[in-house]
Design a binder for this molecule. Sequence first.
Ligand SMILES: *Cc1c(COP(=O)(O)O)cnc(C)c1O
Length: 520
Amino acid sequence: MKTEGRPTSPTAANMNDVKTVSGSKALDQATKLIFETGTPRRTGVDLPDPKGRASRLGPHAREGEIGLPGLSEPETMRHYVRLSQKNYAIDLGVYPLGSCTMKHNPRLNEKVARMAGLSDVHPLQPISTVQGALELMEELSHWLMTLTNMPAVALTPKAGAHGELCGMMAIRARLDADGMSHKRRVLVPESAHGTNPATAVQCGFTVDEIPASGDGRVNIEALREKLKQGDDVAGIMLTNPNTCGLFETDIMEIADLIHAKGGYFYCDGANFNALVGRVRPGDLGIDAMHINLHKTFSTPHGGGGPGSGPTVLSDALKDHAPVPYVVKTDTGYSLVENTEDTEGSFGRMCAFHGQMGMYSRALTYMMSHGSDGLKQATEDAVLNANYVQASLSDVMTPAFGGVCMHEALFDDRFLKDTGVETLDFAKAMIDEGYHPMTMYFPLVVHGAMLIEPTESESKGELDRFILSMRSLAERAKAGDVERFKNAPIHAPLRRLDETKAARQPVLRWTPPSKVSEAAE
Ligand SMILES: *Cc1c(COP(=O)(O)O)cnc(C)c1O
């Protein structure tokens, strides 16, 4: 706006280009690399050299400087606190990226996980001294089997992808035990998460892709065709709800078709948080499914903690579960550690017993919610996603009609002819204070924008987010292309060359050349 006789106020874009002497802006402190801040000769501690001790390192003793930066304690503290403030986090605001990185981690989980007896157990401790920990694992297994209506669960897999490996190895072990080793073809829908085909190949299967139908679900006619092409089908890997955020409505028919051909049904259960308390996978004909404790049961992930991917198994597969597993005996809990002591375990997936710290957090979440609370969390997650979808559907373009599950998927049709692309839109969200949603995934949708608000957002928070998204969509349509192409303008760093960063990452700091030193 121009007002006669008064200077025009600078626009947000050029305000941001104003340089300060210090490099800091407002109360945001400029941060250099720690190697540029500290020097090897400085130190935060003041310890005398040990007296009267001869080095026992012999020829292994280091000769030169190690070159690590030395800083005082306050400098070290400031460096890392400043870095942490550059992170966007679920504890700061809505995180529509979805999946595991943005779940609220209830503080009660953390309190329980830190209790003595849970946080300080060692995997090699005598069994008699860890009875409580084993009981916790047994109790968690009980909840997982009850919620899924499946007869067995392998707790040890350490991530979703690891759980897929567990399920597919169980399927392979079962096929081999039945003399069905010629069954090596696995059907995978084209919308699948990349880990599905990768897992199948890792297990020695070949992948046969099934196309999606127009409504974003598996094309069941194409599936029938694939099954007619031979009796070598080992099974299917199907995600439900799928990566378009939709329930696979033909899932029971799919299970029947696969079973009729002697194949097994692997379900990718990463999105089980949209089903807990409403649908039991065991009722749908599923033979194996991993559950991401870090997506469905609130355990921290995405920089905050390790994953955990317990895998439930059907009657047909349960004998092939990996060791070790907990069994309850007359005298307490014990562990089956050796495959010789089992009916046909395919082996061991990790050195010890899995992610104990995640088991205690997940069980805390389950018990503090109760079965009614878990169902409510599911319903809230689905309600929130549909609220976002419905509130934006007049200005943005939902990829498919009808209700969604826990995430709302938009395509880029609403940006047609605006000159603004999905990437620009996502970058402009940063200026509005929001981490971008998942973009360009799933691949079956053009310019995809996948928003997962989660169960823990209030209506007020969602309304604020929706308002920002609406205003961005309207600005894009009004032709404000520059604003989008320049975004983010308020972030400490502007548009980065992400392709170059991914292809040629500079992971190592090299000291500046010592020209000045040489001249001294
Ligand atoms: C997250 C996810 C996985 C993989 O889980 P990780 O714990 O990251 O290994 C697999 N499939 C789907 C659909 C997912 O969302």
